[in-house]
Write a protein that binds this ligand. Structure first.
Ligand code: GCO
Ligand code: MN
Ligand code: MN
Length: 389
């Protein structure tokens, strides 16, 4: 039984260098953990059983590293990957930390900053592809404003679009096998960030020159910060063929970005998310974009990382049980029962169907009085999740 909860490569569990490598700094406090090198972090992730490691350019190569330093760091990192077997499925660029990005990167009001961001991103793409990445994430943490007096939102969208169009052409020109995944967040660190939800990103993608190369990287906590249902955002992305990556973590409702261990707070929502990913056959990375509590040392960081994967696998097993549970399935069948009486109205529109439907007499009273049994179904779900079923 317990083996069911052991992470294996086929589960595609990945972590960012910045996640297990977080030193526990926050707005009010200094770091609580000594930094570990990227190589140490690869070994830590291998130790807990992860499949892969993702990074921002500067998690691996410091912003001001010389070319020689860069080469040494990359070569040491590659050795660690080779000896542990860890993969690099995703890479990204840090376009938010350095003061040059204080007004954003692609949407900065300064044309030089915008071009610097493109230069830095092309270099980050080269680095990611060199290490095997096939997905490149764009999280525009500073692409926004504190005050709309400072930036025209139409210009913000236009600049962001132009940058992505340029970078798609760059990828095509280099013959890279790389897709882009856009990650939204409503706020933090900016007062408001452009394209604040996954739905907004999905609406923006068709306006690009190469929409086929661009999908989304929805993050659990970010949709929660906007008070939204994460599963619904993921389902829409999936239906559109745009779920290129996913950031799993947790969050207590509408607050700052808490980045908690996956499944540690929102048990029911996380369960239905895992059930969805497993039911539809999502094959991408299950990436944990989360941080250990600031109270932890590196043993605690390992507990955190193991916990993310373990909880995912517990939910996966519970999802299989949900799908096989006779009482739950019978209820679902009954709830969705269809006696075929409406079949004549199905399918494409015809004037005849419309006329027939307009004159059909529904038993409104009976339909209104029908109990849906959702309380029973939901309680069965709770029983299952709480382990008494
Ligand atoms: C955040 C974001 C980031 C991004 C990361 C990769 O709120 O800090 O979620 O962790 O996911 O920068 O693009
Ligand atoms: Mn986040
Ligand atoms: Mn994220």
């Amino acid at each position: 039984m317990s083996d069911l909860y052991e992470p294996k490569p086929e589960h595609k569990f990945t972590f960012g260098l910045w996640t297990v490598g977080s030193i526990g700094k926050d707005q009010f406090g200094v770091p609580v953990r000594e930094p570990l090198s990227p190589v140490d972090l690869v070994y830590l992730l291998a130790d807990v059983g992860a499949y892969g490691v993702n990074f921002h350019d500067n998690d691996l190569v410091p912003f001001d590293a010389t070319p020689a330093e860069r080469d040494k760091i990359v070569s040491d990192f590659k050795k660690a990957l080779a000896s542990t077997g860890l993969k690099v499925p995703m890479a990204t660029a840090n376009l938010f930390n350095h003061p040059i990005f204080k007004d954003g990167a692609f949407t900065s009001n300064d044309p030089q900053v915008r071009k610097f961001a493109l230069q830095k991103t092309m270099q980050a793409i080269d680095l990611g592809v060199d290490l095997g990445a096939e997905v490149f994430v764009f999280w525009g943490g500073r692409e926004g404003v504190e005050s709309d007096a400072t930036k025209d939102p139409l210009l913000g969208l236009k600049r962001f679009r132009e940058a992505l169009n340029f970078l798609c052409e760059y990828v095509i020109d280099q013959h890279y096998n790389l897709k882009f995944a856009l990650e939204s967040k409503p706020n933090e660190p900016r007062g408001d960030i452009y394209l604040p939800t996954t739905g907004a990103m999905l609406g923006f993608i068709p306006t690009l020159d190469h929409p086929d190369m661009v999908g989304v990287n929805p993050e659990f906590a970010h949709e929660m910060m906007a008070g939204l249902n994460f599963l619904h955002a993921v389902a829409q992305a999936w239906e559109m063929g745009k779920l290129f990556h996913i950031d799993l973590n947790d969050q207590n409702s509408i607050r700052f970005d808490q980045d908690w261990r996956f499944g540690s707070f929102s048990i029911k929502q996380s369960f239905f998310l895992v059930k969805f990913l497993e039911d539809v056959g999502y094959t991408g990375s299950r990436h944990f974009d989360a941080h250990a509590f600031r109270t932890e040392n590196y043993e605690g960081v390992k507990d955190f990382a193991r916990g993310c994967m373990r909880t995912y696998l517990i939910f996966k097993e519970k999802a299989a049980r949900f799908n096989q549970d006779p009482e739950i399935q019978a209820l679902l069948k009954e709830i969705n029962a269809d006696d075929g009486a409406m079949n004549n109205f199905d399918g494409i529109y015809t004037a005849e169907k419309a006329n027939m439907l307009k004159s059909y007499r529904f038993d409104v009273k009976a339909l209104s009085e029908r109990g849906m049994m959702y309380e029973r179904l939901d309680q069965l779900t709770i029983d299952l999740l709480l382990g008494v079923r």
